[in-house]
Design a protein around this ligand. Structure first.
Ligand code: NAD
Length: 433
């Protein structure tokens, strides 16, 4: 099938590339000239394991194309919108990117086309897109909701081996097109869950809000574990073995971040408010997360005092989680701000995300080219992101490198007993200390 994707970011690029991988002819369109230029040269503008090789392979096979111009799309049967939906001032999802792209797309439609919202959008957006497009064209079209559930860092494998594909549409014709589009996946056993547009739009928010709730719940358990002398890692193993609960998203830490959970929880809460419904759990989830994001700095100042001048902190990890270069709503940014406002020096290292943070803090902190280099001249280590390469570093090296022999671990990547046996003071989350 001939497919177009408008917006070539994390979701659009993965969607376009994976659909070309299963044989569709895909053109990805983006307004960012440098992004398209890079992609045409076989380089991905984001770090996502396995993605660059697939882009190169499918571009070479002539199934994947990149453009800045909507007129290059030709006559696609399906057009995806994979555009940003950031929070506006009130916390609602800002639909201006989606609606303005829909208006532009209306002018290039030539035959019946299925327009697919892959962006995370509130209930009612399919109808808004329908209204915007219908006002601009006489060509027939349908609007479908098809939310994306990929995890950054695992985006390609999540798309290729999805737990499910959700399609919301009230049009039989559009459903048939979507069934054909996803046939290479459904024949491999991926369930296609068909529903109406509103339920599909709600499904995405419910999924992200549920996962954020799981994280905030576990962070509360961790905080209580510290007070009562329990170990949250053991509690996690104990409850995660229960199939009704499941093992995933039960890790205590310094709060959820990233481009999705914070904005999606807020947007669902706002949607409830606009219907005079008080979604109490979501208020608590957001409050807990805001407190948790401050926890590591609180632990630091409780130990070292408010004035951190003269102290040098090695900071391991800048991305909001491992295996991505995404720093949107990353806890590292708040931690850096808090440390430098208290006079501390920061030596940061991240395998993928440093370039993105450098745009925010070009000169305020030092960027190291390895985890070891970040330790040079440091008094204290802070672990912010759970990159696997950090776990392998020997405690003896930390003991030799850190003047204060002190570690604050926001991701519980080390074993407390091993650390203390190596002569280190080790502060983590929900495990005593
Ligand atoms: P992104 O910021 O990485 O990508 C958006 C892209 O759209 C950018 O490349 C931007 O240049 C482009 N763009 C903006 N306006 C445009 C226009 N008028 N025409 C063409 N291109 C335009 O965003 P993302 O992370 O891919 O998220 C997109 C949507 O998918 C959001 O609604 C998000 O909530 C949702 N989502 C994201 C993830 C994730 O893990 N990132 C997962 C599931 C769903």
């Amino acid at each position: 099938m001939k497919v177009s994707v408008i917006g070539t970011g994390y979701v659009g690029l993965v969607t376009g590339t994976c659909l070309s991988e299963v044989g569709h002819d895909v053109t990805c369109m983006d307004i960012d000239v440098s992004k398209v230029e890079r992609l045409r040269n076989g380089k991905t503008p984001i770090y996502e394991p396995g993605l660059e090789a697939l882009v190169q392979k499918n571009t070479a096979a002539g199934r994947l194309h990149f453009t800045n111009d909507l007129h290059d799309l030709g006559e696609p049967e399906v057009i995806f919108f994979a555009l940003p939906t950031p929070p506006n001032g009130d916390g609602d999802a800002d639909l201006s990117y989606v609606l303005s792209a829909a208006k532009d797309v209306a002018h290039i439609l030539k035959n019946y086309t299925v327009l697919v919202n892959k962006s995370t959008v509130p209930v009612g957006t399919a109808q808004k897109v329908r209204d915007v497009v219908a006002a601009e064209t006489q060509v027939s079209f349908d609007v479908v909701s098809n939310p994306e559930f990929l995890k950054e860092g695992f985006a390609v494998s999540d798309f290729m081996n999805a737990d499910r594909i959700v399609v919301g549409s009230s049009s039989d014709k559009a459903r048939k097109v979507m069934e054909e589009l996803y046939q290479p996946f459904t024949t491999e056993g991926v369930p296609l869950v068909l529903m109406d547009e509103a339920s599909s739009e709600m499904t995405k928010y419910a999924a992200n809000s549920f996962l954020a709730t799981k994280i905030s719940f576990m962070n509360e358990v961790a905080n209580l574990c510290e007070l009562v002398g329990a170990n949250v890692d053991k509690v996690r193993e104990g409850i995660g073995a229960d199939e009704r609960i499941g093992k995933r998203f039960l890790y205590a830490g310094i709060g959820y971040g990233g481009s999705c959970f914070p904005k999606d929880v807020m947007a669902l809460h706002r949607a409830a408010e606009s219907h005079d419904y008080d979604f109490k759990i979501l208020s608590a989830v957001m409050d807990v997360n805001a407190r948790q994001k401050k926890l590591l700095v609180k632990k630091i100042t409780d130990r070292l005092g408010e004035d951190l001048s003269g102290k040098t902190f090695a900071l391991w990890g800048l991305a909001f989680k491992a295996d991505t270069d995404d720093i949107r709503e990353a806890p590292s940014l708040d931690i850096i701000r808090e440390l430098i406002s208290r006079g501390a020096a920061v030596r940061a290292y991240d395998p993928e995300a440093a370039e993105n943070v450098q745009r925010i803090f070009p000169t305020e902190i030092t960027y190291a080219s390895s985890a070891h280099e970040a330790l040079e001249g440091a008094d204290v280590l802070i672990v912010v992101t759970e990159w696997k390469e950090f776990i392998a570093i020997e405690p003896e090296i930390l003991e030799r490198s850190l003047a204060d022999k002190l570690i604050f671990d926001g991701r519980n990547i080390f074993d407390p007993h091993t650390m203390s046996a190596a002569g280190l003071q080790y502060v983590s989350i929900g495990r005593g200390n």
